[in-house]
Design a protein around this ligand. Structure first.
Ligand code: BGC
Length: 830
């Protein structure tokens, strides 16, 4: 769990010095709860040193005191958009190298939950809305990282597709959907890739037979994961997800995180001595953790493997990440403007809020600190040294101000920072005020007898004009500006405030101040609750934000229009930001925030030679899509953001991405649009028809379908052959590059079962392959078809089977651009 500034909260082990007795049994039980936020206890009698776990999907952050930057990958959805298993293998090697450098044994990645709805806050952290694509990318990633002796963690098991009420909701998933869609990537992670750890989710799950928290779901953990699939690794709880002792221990959970303290520790030791948890259950958990230790080299002599301290900034890392960014970019529209010819470009107008301030990673626990971020401007200047590059923001994409410049904040007596006076239950001060640096939004030093705090800050508005100040607080509070109360709330925040991340969401009372004569001082005061976040400690949340636009919004737009009109080409970068896409909350709508649509429309009018670049993880509605000459999707690209974009736009590397989700044209068309549990239940009523399958079933036309991506190639599909039996089925697709340059095609194979006796999706993805093919050449691409792609889960007999009948295999460029088909009769026996 990470705060909005990327600083990791340290769980505090108040009141817990377990294991206290020092007996062999207590140290074995102690191994089953974290020793800290990210580490385990050692088990000396087995030669096991303390194991270290760390997030996550975008890079390896490392433990709290490790402030060294981490290599920052494009967001997982971008990686899936490459459909490129070789690239995933190479990125897996980078993650393993980073884990070694940061002394991490278990990387808390990949997320294999599905993108069930584009409103999901953690959408950017997942690979795809499609179970087969998710499973294929995840399995490759797992195999790659673990081949270096570094463990990964397939998370969050299972039904964790929503952030609203995320610690309590019940995911009610029909049995077939559970098996064929939501468990499918986990099954592949375990059975095909041999993943060493799995994380049990926050939510509860109703699989039709048992409704229980994911950490206590004996059916899913003991019976399916460990029993049926033979998982021999460690099931770790999501952070603070475990709320029981006996139930979770008996259900197959192996490790409670974070620690120390929590629901196991002494309570588990007591439960064992009372006979409520059999000793054999503890033995099994201990053996699994020791086995994990053996797998990652934490048992026995220290590893002598060399650690590469320069890894995040090495040329090979830069080149790999640059390639990944370019390869992930999806060309959504191209009237011939792309690739831009660097020879003819004398001037470029680089416009948009995300051009100035690219959004390179989503918020929450996946956050890592990059060593650097290459902006589009830096990259274009390097790629086009003779061109005139003009950069203007055009508009803001944010509803809230940015964190304040600390230089503008002092205590009432003029000391830099703000002051906190702790108050006891009767409101009396406990000692002298403390001075806290202005950038420190989470203060965790509260004395035990304090229940509230008075925070005082004096903000200097140092120039004439209109300023905006915001202050973010958590829990019960009264906030005033210059003595006038601007916000009062009696709502008490409990420890869940950390997990639902509302404490991270920017916002809070806003004040607008028109300054005629600078400087003008504003006194901000808050009396507020000290939030008790359980294992994450007690804290005072106080975040000051400030901005002062130099231009009016209308003038800013005009400035962009003028820049676009004066340039050969305009590149407009629009998108989301950390106010929109984060762990901890879901999205409210799919609009580009602020006046960004207006900006795009105005720029296209001013200069038809405009490329629109969308910098977002999850879908946004693009009302102008068909009116722009060129539109590309840039994802949340990580540290090599600008270089990858420049390479793609200039054709140095082909942007060969294909959408791993469906891009809606209108919000009303989105099949699953609510993320709000109803009476605590998220009902997966669409069943097996997730994502593009629902669009087909409902007969709705998206703006761009699943699998779509133009790239720079031109393709003719010659021939499709299906060879073999269901246990060993292969599609061979002959594809011809009819264009003038070498290009990459992602050949996609879909299945239909029009006469099926059982309900099936209208069309589903059955396999894919990527091929680089020279100009005017043909290749026969081989696509192995997993048996699972043909099977359904029989809910009466609780087993897999292939319903006999006619299957139509369709090969093409996307889920709707299908060029060839072949009808084949199949039966379970082959
Ligand atoms: C997230 C996990 C993450 C864990 C540790 C939780 O809030 O759901 O994905 O690995 O925190 O940071």
């Amino acid at each position: 769990m990470t705060t909005d500034t990327g600083r990791t909260l340290q769980a505090d082990g108040a009141g817990s010095d377990f294991p206290s007795t020092g007996t062999a049994e207590s140290s074995r039980i102690a191994l089953l709860t974290g020793a800290s936020s990210w580490t385990l206890h050692p088990l000396p009698e087995r030669g096991l040193r303390p194991l270290v776990l760390s997030d996550g999907p975008i890079g390896v952050r490392g433990v709290d005191e490790d402030t060294r930057p981490s290599a920052q990958l494009p967001t997982p959805t971008a990686l899936a958009a490459t459909w490129d298993l070789d690239l995933i293998t190479r990125l897996g090697a980078l993650i393993a190298g980073e884990a070694r450098r940061k002394a991490v044994d278990v990387v808390l990645s990949p997320v294999v939950n599905l993108q069930r709805t584009p409103y999901g806050g953690r959408h950017f952290e997942a690979f795809s809305e499609d179970p087969l694509l998710t499973g294929a990318i995840a399995a490759q990633f797992i195999r790659s990282v673990q081949s270096y002796g570094v463990a990964v963690c397939a998370k969050h098991f299972v039904g964790n597709e929503t952030e609203t009420e995320r610690t309590t909701y019940l995911a009610r998933i029909p049995e077939r959907a559970l098996r064929e869609v939501y468990l499918a990537p986990f099954e592949r992670a375990v059975r095909d890739a041999g993943v060493w750890t799995v994380m049990a989710a926050y939510n509860r799950v109703d699989d039709g037979r048992l409704a229980a928290p994911a950490t206590e779901h004996t059916r899913l953990i003991n019976e399916v994961l460990k029993g049926e699939w033979g998982f021999d690794g460690v099931v770790v709880s999501d952070w603070l997800a475990t709320n029981s002792t006996v139930e979770s221990a008996a259900a197959g959970l192996d490790l409670v995180m974070p620690g120390p303290g929590g629901p196991w520790a002494e309570a588990l030791e007591a439960a064992v001595s009372e006979g409520l948890v059999p000793a054999a259950v503890i033995d099994d958990k201990v053996e699994r953790i020791v086995q994990l230790g053996i797998r990652v080299g934490a048992v026995g002599p220290e590893s002598s493997a060399t650690v590469d301290e320069d890894l995040p900034t090495k040329d090979s890392t830069r080149a790999l990440l640059r390639e990944a960014v370019a390869r992930s970019i999806v060309v959504l529209r191209n009237d011939g403007l792309l690739p831009l010819s660097s020879r003819d470009l004398t001037s470029v107008a680089l416009i948009g809020p995300n051009a100035v301030d690219p959004f390179v990673q989503g918020g929450g626990s996946a956050f890592v600190t990059a060593p650097y971020v290459v902006t589009p401007e830096q990259a274009l200047r390097e790629a086009l040294p003779d061109a005139l590059i003009t950069t203007v923001r055009g508009t803001s994409g944010r509803a809230h101000a940015r964190p304040i410049d600390p230089r503008l904040v002092t205590t009432p007596d003029g000391t830099p920072g703000y002051s906190i006076t702790y108050l006891d239950e009767s409101g009396n001060p406990l000692g002298a005020p403390r001075v806290v640096p202005a950038g420190e939004g989470w203060n965790r030093e509260s004395p035990a007898d304090a229940t509230a705090a008075r925070v005082q800050a004096v903000v200097t508005l140092d120039s004439p004009g209109t300023h905006r100040i915001e202050v973010g607080v958590s829990g019960q509070h009264t906030v005033s500006y210059d003595g006038t109360v601007v916000s009062e709330s009696a709502d008490w925040a409990d420890h869940n405030v950390i997990l639902d991340s509302s404490a991270n969401h920017p916002g809070g009372p806003t004040g607008t101040f028109v300054v005629d004569e600078a400087p003008r001082l504003v006194t901000v005061e808050s009396e507020q609750q000290i939030v008790d976040a359980g294992a994450y400690g007690r804290f005072v949340r106080f975040v000051l934000r400030h901005d002062k636009p130099e231009l009016t919004p209308d003038d800013e737009l005009e400035q962009a229009v003028a820049a676009a009109a004066a340039a050969d080409v305009a590149i407009v970068v629009v998108g989301t930001n950390e106010e929109t896409e984060s762990e901890g909350w879901d999205r409210q709508d799919l609009d580009l925030p602020g006046r960004q649509n207006e900006l795009v429309e105005r720029v296209i009018q001013a200069n038809p030679r405009t490329v629109v670049v969308v910098n977002a993880g999850a879908p946004v509605i693009l009302p102008w899509l068909e009116r722009a000459q060129a539109v590309v999707w840039w994802w949340l690209p990580g540290q090599e953001a600008g270089n990858g974009l420049a390479d793609a736009l200039l054709g140095v590397t082909e942007p060969s991405g294909r959408l791993p989700w469906t891009l809606p044209g209108a919000e009303a068309d989105v099949p699953v649009s609510s993320t709000t549990p109803v009476d605590g239940v998220v009902d997966y009523a669409e069943g097996i028809h997730v994502g593009h399958r629902s669009w087909e079933r409902l007969g709705r036309t998206p703006a761009r379908e699943f699998g779509f991506g133009l790239g720079y190639g031109e393709w003719y599909y010659d021939r499709l052959e299906i060879i073999g039996t269901p246990d060993n089925l292969v599609a061979q697709v002959a594809v011809r590059n009819t264009g003038p340059r070498e290009a990459r095609e992602t050949v996609q194979l879909y299945l239909e079962a029009p006469d099926s006796p059982v309900e099936r999706p209208v069309r589903w993805l059955a396999g894919f392959a990527v091929a680089d093919i020279p100009a005017a050449s043909s290749r026969t691409v081989r696509i192995p078809i997993e048996r699972r792609a043909l099977e359904v889960w029989n809910v009466e007999q609780h087993r897999w089977e292939i319903p006999g009948g006619r299957y139509v295999f369709r090969a093409g460029r996307s889920s709707r651009d299908l060029r060839l088909s072949e009808s084949v009769p199949l039966t379970d026996a082959g």
